[in-house]
Write a protein that binds this ligand. Structure first.
Ligand SMILES: Cc1cc2nc3c(=O)[nH]c(=O)nc-3n(C[C@H](O)[C@H](O)[C@H](O)COP(=O)(O)O)c2cc1C
Length: 323
């Protein structure tokens, strides 16, 4: 399958793995890239630019295919060493960067000069248009169903993707709720040039996370995610667990007065407890509604091959014969 995204990134299949905190290590990025997709290392999971440089080098030992790095720009009083991370990416010879969060404009000249393709992940048409205007090469459009931060507009992908197609000139990936060949064909039909998946890639053999996390995703249905931190305008879609129930109870009790300090225990430092130790009630961790469509733990190669075979069957075997 050839789309503007496969051409732009020089990959076989129009499938990308979104950056994921404490999941997007070299093992997963390399496995996705080796299977013909775009694997992504999560920059900020590496605590310093030096560690990111090592992770990039480790990934290069595991694949000679293109892979990328996610840089998430968070509002913060003491921001991470972003110049250092950008330098590690450029010096490491990485050619794809997925940006997310705040406007990446400040970092584009350096990235562009190094020949890096930038795909910005956003949750609204207006932010996608902004990304196009400042010179991003592509965008990932994350619908309301996505795992992680869906923004505050709550527009699901059946509306958001065709709206993005109406407005954008640069190619975009459908993100949020994507799991299989049906998702890919639907995404293409709605105007996207491929799809980005988060949650689906966690439930793979190579994802370097605790088995409990993979089993929890397989066991979950589409009804098992919750939105937290909405009162703080930092909405996150997470898998429900005892920690999340505690957090939601605090949100109900404290109402509009709630502060980040009130929910610190349920959100800060949770990722290593969940992803490394498998302590599944530790607190809030991102997970998409798409968990309801995830029933197994294949290798990345099996997953991507299956998606492409299913997509081909749908187009040739189901859609074409309807005409
Ligand atoms: C566990 C987890 C951690 C994530 N961490 C990040 C992150 O650090 N930066 C980022 O830009 N997106 C992050 N995301 C969002 C994904 O990259 C992707 O946009 C999203 O998962 C797509 O929705 P899906 O889960 O329905 O496929 C995370 C998602 C999950 C499930």
């Amino acid at each position: 399958m050839k789309t503007r995204i496969t051409e732009m990134f020089g990959v076989e299949h129009p499938i990308m793995q979104g950056g994921m905190h404490y999941v997007g290590f070299a093992e997963l990025a390399a496995a996705v890239s080796n299977a013909g997709g775009v694997g992504i290392i999560t920059g900020l999971t590496q605590r310093s630019p030096e560690l990111l440089a090592k992770e990039i080098a480790r990934c290069k030992e595991m694949t000679d295919k293109p892979f990328g790095v996610n840089l998430t720009f968070l509002p913060s009083v003491t921001p991470p060493d972003y110049p250092g991370y950008v330098k590690a990416i450029i010096d490491g010879g990485v050619k794809i960067v997925e940006t997310a969060g705040n406007n990446p404009q400040k970092w584009l000249p350096a990235l562009k000069e190094a020949g890096i393709r930038v795909i910005h992940k956003c949750t609204s048409v207006r932010h996608a248009l902004k990304a196009e205007a400042i010179g991003c090469d592509a965008v990932s459009v994350d619908g309301f169903e996505c795992g992680g931060h869906p923004g505050e507009d709550d527009v699901p992908n059946f509306i958001l993707l065709p709206r993005a197609a109406e407005e954008l000139k640069i190619p975009f990936l459908a993100s949020g709720g994507m799991a299989d060949g049906r998702s890919l064909v639907a995404a293409l039909a709605l105007g996207a040039d491929g799809m980005n998946m988060g949650t689906r890639f966690i439930a793979t053999k190579e994802a370097p996370v605790h088995e409990n996390v993979k089993k929890a995703i397989v066991a979950a249905s589409e009804l098992d995610t919750r939105l937290v931190m909405r009162p703080l305008r930092n909405t996150e879609r997470v898998l429900v667990n005892a920690g999340v129930e505690r957090l939601l109870e605090k949100e109900r009790t404290l109402g509009a007065d709630i502060k980040f300090e009130d929910i610190f225990n349920e959100v800060a430092g949770v990722y290593p407890k969940i992803m490394t130790e498998g302590d599944m009630d530790a607190g809030a961790w991102s997970c998409g509604m798409v968990a309801g469509l995830i029933h197994d733990i294949p290798t990345c190669q099996q997953l991507i091959d299956r998606i492409m075979a299913e997509a081909t069957n749908i187009i040739r075997g189901r859609l074409e014969v309807m005409l």
